[in-house]
Ligand binder design. Structure first.
Ligand SMILES: C[S@@+](CC[C@H](N)C(=O)[O-])C[C@H]1O[C@@H](n2cnc3c(N)ncnc32)[C@H](O)[C@@H]1O
Length: 397
């Protein structure tokens, strides 16, 4: 389907007028399924005023990504402001701001953008009110990202995703009739991307741990009009068993799937923005254990000649290059293959992969390694890692 840019053009044009700027940010398709929208130029700045709204850190991060402020995220709003007034939006960095604060917040806070008030205190904080809807319409985030959201297009036409997540789908490269397992699938952004790239003709099994998580995958599929996905609430570390009956869903017998995507639970340190992080050293150390267990099942249910794609949105060596080298040491049947298309940089040196192996994986982040220079577009992303393997032998040690 041809992308119709009429709506995005008119939204950016309207924002341009409000920001009093000469031109709108460039936007272009780098593939039929991937539209890039650039930032506003550096000279677009808004003078801060004197009305300050405080939002929780999750909401603040969303504003920096180009979202409006939704009512549940608002913590502090002065009493003297009126509808449609311009306000500065601050994120509460420590989670100490009380809901309903009327005065200036003195705790640690960060300016995340400017917007217009669309809801007043009584709609947000009065007893019995369950606030929802847009409380502040963002005009310009401090990140200078344009304010683009999925509701601009009919349901399912647009999904906002980080570029490396989209590339992960391209690495899997789902084709019609392939049997594909998405082991850690919720909320289903990659699942639906895979379904769409196969023209809704792959046989996709999407698993996540709980019913609640699986409902999210189903909702994503419904929104995108995807029908080739079967969902299951299951622990994917246990999704292999040779006594299994594949017809019933998980667990599955050995050599069942043509492709397996293991978009693993991880420490998430590559997320951008990351305004506060409560991760302890102990938690940080724990991810590799579940990742290894998930790998054990992935290797088994993958067919000989099949492709296993491993991805994380973190930057730690232990969860990235360390996992690749662990797999290669443990499984003689698994071979590292180039995670093509290769847009990110190579893996880190001196952490278990030789140069030949380093260039087969993709690490996204600010570094520029001479082994494979990275275009700015792919360097200015979240921290992310992708590796791909194939299985050469049915009997894996
Ligand atoms: C990085 S997120 C997946 C994001 C998803 N692939 C997407 O693109 O929308 C990791 C997911 O792994 C799930 N998870 C963690 N442990 C799991 C397990 N043992 N079995 C199945 N899913 C698990 C988490 O619930 C979480 O939803």
């Amino acid at each position: 389907m041809q992308f119709n840019d009429t709506k995005i053009k008119s939204v950016l044009e309207q924002q341009r007028r409000e920001l009093n700027c000469h031109s709108t940010p460039a936007y272009y398709l780098i593939k039929p399924d991937c539209l890039i929208v650039e930032q506003w130029p550096e000279n677009v700045v808004i003078k801060r005023g004197n009305i300050e709204v405080v939002v929780d850190s999750m909401c603040a991060a969303a504003v920096l990504r180009g979202a409006h402020v939704y009512a549940p995220g608002v913590l502090g709003l002065p009493t003297n402001c009126s509808l449609n007034e311009r306000v500065d939006i601050y994120g509460d960095l420590d989670g100490h701001c009380k809901r309903g604060l009327k005065v200036e917040y003195k705790g640690r806070k960060i300016y995340v953008g400017t917007g217009y008030i669309r809801m007043l205190r009584y709609q947000l904080f009065d007893d019995g009110v369950q606030p929802n809807g847009i409380a502040i319409e963002t005009l310009l985030p401090a990140s200078r990202l344009p304010v683009i959201n999925e509701s601009m297009y009919p349901k399912g036409h647009l999904v906002l995703q980080n570029l490396p997540s989209i590339i992960t789908g391209w690495v899997v490269n789902a084709q019609p009739n392939e049997h594909i397992l998405d082991m850690c699938a919720s909320p289903g952004n990659k699942t639906t991307h895979l379904a769409e790239m196969s023209n809704n003709q792959a046989h996709i099994t999407a698993i996540d741990k709980t019913d609640k998580k699986v409902i999210k995958i189903r909702q994503s599929c419904e929104t995108q009009g995807v029908t080739c996905v079967h969902t299951f609430a299951f622990d994917s570390t246990k999704c292999h068993s040779d006594e299994a009956n594949n017809e019933k869903g998980p667990p599955y017998k050995s050599n069942t799937f043509d492709k397996v995507l293991l978009d693993a639970p991880c420490s998430g340190l590559g997320q951008r923005p990351l305004l506060n992080n409560k991760m302890t050293a102990k938690m940080l150390q724990s991810y590799k254990f579940v990742q290894r267990k998930l790998f054990d099942s992935a290797v088994k249910v993958l067919k000989v000649g099949g492709k296993l794609v491993y991805s994380t949105c973190t930057v730690t060596v232990e969860e990235n290059e360390g996992m690749v080298s662990w797999v290669l040491d443990k499984y003689s049947c698994m071979e590292l293959i180039p995670a093509e298309p290769l847009h990110g940089g190579p893996g880190q040196p001196n952490v278990g992969l030789n140069d030949q192996q380093r260039v087969m994986v993709q690490r996204f982040g600010p570094d520029n390694d001479p082994l494979r220079p990275v275009e700015d577009l792919y360097r200015n992303t979240i921290g992310f890692f992708i590796a791909a393997f194939t299985k050469n032998d049915e009997h894996c040690a």
